[in-house]
Design a protein around this ligand. Structure first.
Ligand code: BG6
Length: 307
């Protein structure tokens, strides 16, 4: 009943969880046809947001203890809205203060960096998006069933990526001394680019930036020199793929060393290196495209001698 009355969704999170929130926005808006704002908890907690009892707040946190996210959640509750959290740590503060919780059950994150937790946060967001779409009648049963079956195929596809990842490890070592690594994505691939860059900062202590493909010409292109490593997350949608391929040509013309993460069947003529991932539905791509980026950051950290 409450979901039928919803007018908007606001997602609050920090760091990696914020990137999961950005992916959630693309998925929930696409499937459930409801407006979703995603906000950094550290910004939200200090401003006057527009919320009411028909807004749903979703707080995403691996630890369930991040102070900015907790304070943002308390701030949101002052407006009378319900809070649903997506959390990995049982009985932590954020789920305890939420009206409902979806636990991600990813197991403990041993190092600080959220990796498996990130992937499960995205899956949780997909499940919420499909549930809301179903309740609101925005997708028919067949469309929902199709997305569920694609979701169920993801674990096997992830195994497949992990089995074929060795050449990526070797390739990563070529870039150990690069001063910066750039990541480019479009649509759901854009938050994946942001996350790839964040993982590299957190693990390898390297300068890295993620950009949306369409923004390239509005400044970031100036950062590209001969040999600059640029990781392009290739979209599945034909129009976006064409746009991304022209971005790849632009950066290549300036000398970038382009590593393309491309689903099967997607050609990337401008790529210097091609990392193949299996096909899936366009919205689910982040789950598969993120894995090589996590491996890249891990390998880079180890090669650079970090703990
Ligand atoms: C930061 C961590 O301090 O907190 C990030 O370095 C993490 O890796 C962020 O994404 C948010 O943490 P949590 O536990 O709220 O998901």
């Amino acid at each position: 009943k409450e979901i039928s009355a919803l007018t908007k969704i606001v997602i609050l999170a920090c760091g990696t969880a914020y990137h999961a929130g950005l992916i959630a926005k693309y998925a929930i808006e696409e499937w459930a046809k409801i407006s979703v704002d995603v906000e950094l908890a550290s910004e939200f907690r200090y401003r006057n947001p527009i919320l009411d009892k028909n807004s749903l707040v979703i707080a995403i946190s691996q630890s369930g203890e991040t102070m900015d996210t907790l304070m943002a959640l308390r701030h949101a509750k002052e407006f009378g809205c319900k809070v649903l959290s997506i959390c990995n740590t049982n009985s932590s503060t954020i789920p305890r203060e939420s009206d409902a919780v979806l636990y991600t059950h990813a197991g403990p994150e041993i190092a600080v960096a959220s990796t498996k937790a990130f992937l499960t946060q995205v899956v949780a967001a997909y499940l919420i998006g499909l549930a809301i779409a179903q309740i609101r009648g925005a997708l028919d049963e067949e469309q929902v069933a199709n997305q569920y079956s694609q979701l169920q195929e993801l674990p096997a596809k992830i195994e497949q990526i992990l089995e074929t990842v060795e050449p990526l490890r070797t390739l990563t070592r070529e870039f150990t001394n690069s001063s910066s690594v750039l990541f480019l994505g479009r649509n759901v691939g854009y938050p994946v680019a942001l996350e790839g860059a964040l993982k590299l900062k957190e693990l390898a202590y390297m300068h890295a930036e993620g950009f949306a493909g369409g923004e390239l010409k509005h400044g970031p292109i100036a950062l590209i020199d001969k040999g600059t490593p640029l990781i392009a997350i290739m979209p599945i949608d034909p129009l976006l793929n064409e746009k991304m391929n022209s971005n790849v040509q632009e950066v290549k013309a300036r000398g970038a060393n382009v590593i393309a993460i491309a689903p099967e069947g997607i050609n990337v003529p401008g790529a210097t290196h091609l990392i193949r991932i299996p096909e899936t539905s366009p919205i689910l791509l982040p789950i598969l495209a993120t894995i090589p980026l996590q491996v890249f950051a891990y390998e880079m950290a180890v090669t650079r001698g970090n703990d």
